[in-house]
Design a protein around this ligand. Sequence first.
Ligand code: NAP
Length: 355
Amino acid sequence: MLSQHSHLVVPKQTSPINFPATMSPPSTAVVYDKHGPPDTVTRIANIPPVVMNANEVCVKMLAAPINPADINRIEGVYLVLPPTPAIGGWEGVGEIHSVGSAVVALSPGDLVIHAAYLSGTWQTYVVEDQSLWYKIDKNTPIEYAATISVNPLSALRMLEDFVALKSGDTIVQNGATSIVGQCVIQLARIRGINSINIIRDKPDSDKIKEKLIKLGANKVFTESELEVKDVKKLLDDIPKPSLGLNCIGGNAANMVVKFLKQGGTMVTYGGMSKKPITVSTTQFIFKDISLKGFLLREKNLDEAQYKCSIDHLLALVRAGKLQYEMEMVPFKDFHIALEKAMGKQGSQRKQILKF
Ligand SMILES: NC(=O)c1ccc[n+]([C@@H]2O[C@H](COP(=O)([O-])OP(=O)(O)OC[C@H]3O[C@@H](n4cnc5c(N)ncnc54)[C@H](OP(=O)(O)O)[C@@H]3O)[C@@H](O)[C@H]2O)c1
């Protein structure tokens, strides 16, 4: 379901108007009318005020990330797609601007995150049902509030929901430089779980390794360093992992599997290389590996689980125990941020639109 704004793309009203409480202000949004290359099919559009229902709130967006899934949705290659025309963006943080007459739990000025997996956060004002927003502590840095509900939440759930891990156990992951990967390292360390991390080969891979070790990684290897017969020899005294996480696909998935212990599980949650998962027959047969998939929106976390997980993650953020690299970009520079997020300028920090 889209925000009402998405169907109302008209020239912006520029005159200063006092809008009644039940009307939203005009909004500015990133719209795509059809699927295709995101840098060609997206445009900035002005959207007129909408009438708010009694249960709706109008949120003044403060920040929203450009995630890989946002790009895939615009490309039309994601499994679940909103109908077009659509407004981009899937998560974000904002401040309550005004509330409908039946809303009691939220008030103007509250800091809220988009608590549902619906599109439309790349716009200056969003009008949606009050149930789609979750009020959070105002002392949360907005770039973290904007990004907490997809990647850190996925990292947390994947560490909790597949294998019963205990302190001293080990996990292995590829895509360790991703936001999910950085969260996995830190959340694992907090629980005393070792992490083995695989990154792409790059001229500055030593620097990247240092950063990930600082976050709490036990081992970091480039893909080429793993082109050896027995990767276990690289582990020193770290136990073999029982859980592997794969967001890359192709041969990078097999590198995760090579580390797994007998009966281990590899969970695939992304496919950044756009290549099918490759797993060697020997590993599959002789180690009795399980291959599973993870999709956050299919987790169907109930409200209590969702709030508990988000509160836990945001508390870690505020305590300085969960950090990841981001770049805040003014909304007016959306297309520059999009190019970076699409990897057109090489590897980049996560792009966060600041409204
Ligand atoms: N299933 C779910 O519910 C769920 C939830 C959250 C996220 N995800 C998925 O998790 C993955 C990571 O998301 P994120 O937002 O954390 O990512 P991110 O911070 O944007 O980082 C992207 C990662 O992908 C790597 N990468 C980019 N292009 C690549 C390519 N062509 N080949 C190999 N590696 C490539 C990057 O490596 P470099 O640093 O070397 O550039 C980096 O590690 C994505 O696939 C996303 O869709 C899935």
